[in-house]
Design a protein around this ligand. Structure first.
Ligand code: NAD
Length: 260
């Protein structure tokens, strides 16, 4: 049980991060959420998490592309909620283009949010975890931390970077009671994915089922989307004492994608 523990979950105003925040709060952790969105909706989420945990819940709108905003968020978490015992680096963005046409500013943005932010949050929260001799760092990587797809150079480079960073910090923290792992989902059913379907149907003249099975799930042998709750249950397990020896691992949850 996570009573008395504090979790900082980046990119938790929707999708996978929100499901992880709910799972951690449901187990008693106080949670700081982060991400973009409509103020009233975010306040609704924050209040729900507070109810779920019976502990504190705060929102910080730091743009993870901005190192000083990340520093301010980490400090606010320490001061107003408690130094994070659990850090979930989940925020991520995507841009799809052939490499020769890839806009340099999109490359920079993806590397900043998907990789460099993970470095900043980690360096800012690891010392307090070490002091308590307990900590959990969980990074949402991707099947694209293990394999590539065309036209996703920045995303694939950043996610491979997250996998390497995860292993390095796991080794550095191995004797300190702090585990560091990444979860690598295949296609997860989020509104992000759902919203792509109508456009792809129109662009390619396909039915909804064809888009889902032949386009989105082409590489996923189960032919079923991973659910956000499945990812959240793995994150919650990694926070348990039973997972104390799992560190430096890249845990696939991809319906067999990277087995093929
Ligand atoms: P999502 O778009 O629903 O959630 C992304 C979250 O990150 C949102 O809360 C958003 O506001 C936040 N965010 C984006 N840019 C930010 C910034 N600059 N600063 C702060 N917050 C920012 O997407 P999701 O599908 O839940 O993705 C979450 C993570 O899972 C990402 O790292 C993504 O790469 C990874 N992932 C997703 C899938 C999938 O199929 N959906 C598969 C593998 C990995």
């Amino acid at each position: 049980k996570l009573h008395g523990k504090t979790a900082l979950v980046t990119g938790s105003t929707s999708g996978i991060g929100l499901a992880i925040a709910r799972a951690l709060a449901g187990d008693g952790a106080s949670v700081m959420i982060n991400g973009f969105g409509e103020a009233a909706e975010i306040e609704g989420i924050r209040a729900e998490l507070e109810q779920l945990s019976g502990a504190g819940a705060l929102y910080d709108g730091a743009d993870l592309g901005d190192a000083s905003a990340i520093e301010a968020m980490a400090e606010r978490c320490r001061n107003e909620l408690g130094a994070p015992d659990i850090l979930v680096n989940n925020a991520g963005i995507q841009f799809v283009s052939p490499v020769a046409d890839f806009p340099p500013e999109k490359w920079e943005a993806i590397l900043r949010v998907n990789l460099t932010a993970v470095f900043h949050t980690t360096r800012l929260t690891l010392p307090a975890m070490r002091e308590k001799n307990w900590g959990r760092i969980i990074n949402t990587a991707s099947a694209h931390s293990l394999v590539a797809s065309p036209n996703k150079s920045a995303y694939v480079a950043a996610k491979h970077g997250v996998a390497g960073f995860t292993k390095t910090v796991a080794l550095e923290a191995a004797k300190d009671g702090v585990t560091v792992n990444c979860i690598s989902p295949g296609y997860v059913w989020t509104t992000l994915v759902e919203n792509q379907i109508p456009d792809t149907m129109k662009a390619r003249g396909l039915t909804r089922e064809q888009v889902m099975n032949d386009v989105l799930l082409a590489a996923q042998p189960t032919k079923r989307f991973v659910t956000v709750d499945e990812v959240a249950s793995l994150a919650l397990y990694l926070c348990s004492d039973g997972a104390a020896s799992i560190t430096g691992a890249n845990l696939s949850m991809d319906g067999g994608w990277t087995a093929a």
